[in-house]
Design a protein around this ligand. Sequence first.
Ligand SMILES: Cc1cc2nc3c(=O)[nH]c(=O)nc-3n(C[C@H](O)[C@H](O)[C@H](O)COP(=O)(O)OP(=O)(O)OC[C@H]3O[C@@H](n4cnc5c(N)ncnc54)[C@H](O)[C@@H]3O)c2cc1C
Length: 431
Amino acid sequence: MMNNSRPRVVILGAGFGGLWAVKELADKNVDVLIVDKNNYHTFLPLLYQIAAAEIDSSQIIYPIRKITHKHKNIDFLRDEVVSVDFKTNHVYTKKHEILYDFLVIGLGSRPYFFRTPGAEEHAMKLKDVKQAIEIRNRILTTFEYVQHIEDEKLRRELLNFIVVGGGPTGVEFVSALMELIQGPLKKDFPKINFDEVSIKLIESSDRLIRMYSEKQSKYVKNRLEKMGIEIILNTTVTNVDEYGLTIKSGEYLVSRNIIWTAGVQGNPISQLWGLRMNHRGQIMVNKYLETVFENVYAIGDIAAVEDQEIPMVAQGAVQMGKFAAKSILSEVSGKSTKPFKYKDKGSMAVVGRYSAVVKIGRIKLKGIIAWYLWIMLHLIKLVGFRNKLSVLINWSYSYLFFEKSNRFITPLIDEEKYPFEEITPELKKLI
Ligand SMILES: Cc1cc2nc3c(=O)[nH]c(=O)nc-3n(C[C@H](O)[C@H](O)[C@H](O)COP(=O)(O)OP(=O)(O)OC[C@H]3O[C@@H](n4cnc5c(N)ncnc54)[C@H](O)[C@@H]3O)c2cc1C
């Protein structure tokens, strides 16, 4: 313990795991430092709506300091974590060295490309706000460009959109993309022949959203096909290049707009730190969420818990974050803890306007009731009252008027270009 003061808990990542751990430790007998490369928390379940121009990025992100400033024992550091030395209890970020008594690693996940050549390089990803804006920019730029092209073959090539991965994210995004294109973009670009647009969804298994019942999968497939989306099942992608992708039959599908939502793995940053890892790049933890190093916990997408199959979803991260925080408090006060047990509180996915699937225990719903439940739950879970209100207004407007009001091609800011952030030795001492 440092300077005979209170134990210092350092939390890496202000995602669903890290932030809920912080909430649990607020005003308790520990000092907490939460570190994230962004100064905001992202509500990832609605990320695809940024990509589909439905909502603005500011509506699903929330300032971390707005949570931390309310509690004297919590501080925030905006910096990128680089490595950890578990022998000396130090975290190294790009600009600082941080000493910890307890460490909670919640650095999330990354897309996984199944070693498909060219996929990481050429496909667009949907894992953070920047990538979502990049997708939106690319879709809108494509239409701006296509309206001036006279060559029909080239137009068709550019208007081929392919989403790889028929899990919930792929399904939600592809339906929102179709609604964007066949709704507002059709009105915006009267010179374009929209029969030339094609949207394909490729899935390697024999059905979409495999974690739901067969009936629900079928419902989703029918629904997407009715919207005009081509579903290609039992098909893996074997290569991706600048102009398209190859599928396992050898067929080459031309597309300049490939969006990869097929796989997910633990954030690979921790792979070099000497922790025990599994084949999905996750840190292996015991049933108390402890790693092989003393007082070091891993939570959320980056953690794989001994003898438990926990899906990489927000609920899993929240439950693990709360548990790790409570365990630390128990340890500090010399109490014992019961092992962690994940409680599946259900899952849901939306398939365009008035349509969704919901699975809560044995209850399986599809259609408009599921859609209302999806809307309600996402509004409840979204962090921040302002975000809830503005998303509700946005959705009401878009459902009433068939609008997607964030059709902006916006410049992306390169964060590395802020020289005034160079840390001074005086400032370093304070951290
Ligand atoms: C597009 C999409 C849709 C999803 N939809 C759903 C859904 O509908 N329902 C559901 O339950 N789950 C959904 N998920 C999954 C869910 O969002 C994750 O399971 C959850 O976010 C995991 O929480 P986490 O705390 O482990 O990681 P995250 O929430 O990803 O947080 C990780 C944090 O670590 C920070 N970080 C990463 N690397 C560094 C670094 N080197 N230095 C400093 N900070 C760093 C990041 O900035 C981030 O704030 C979705 C995920 C995505 C990508």
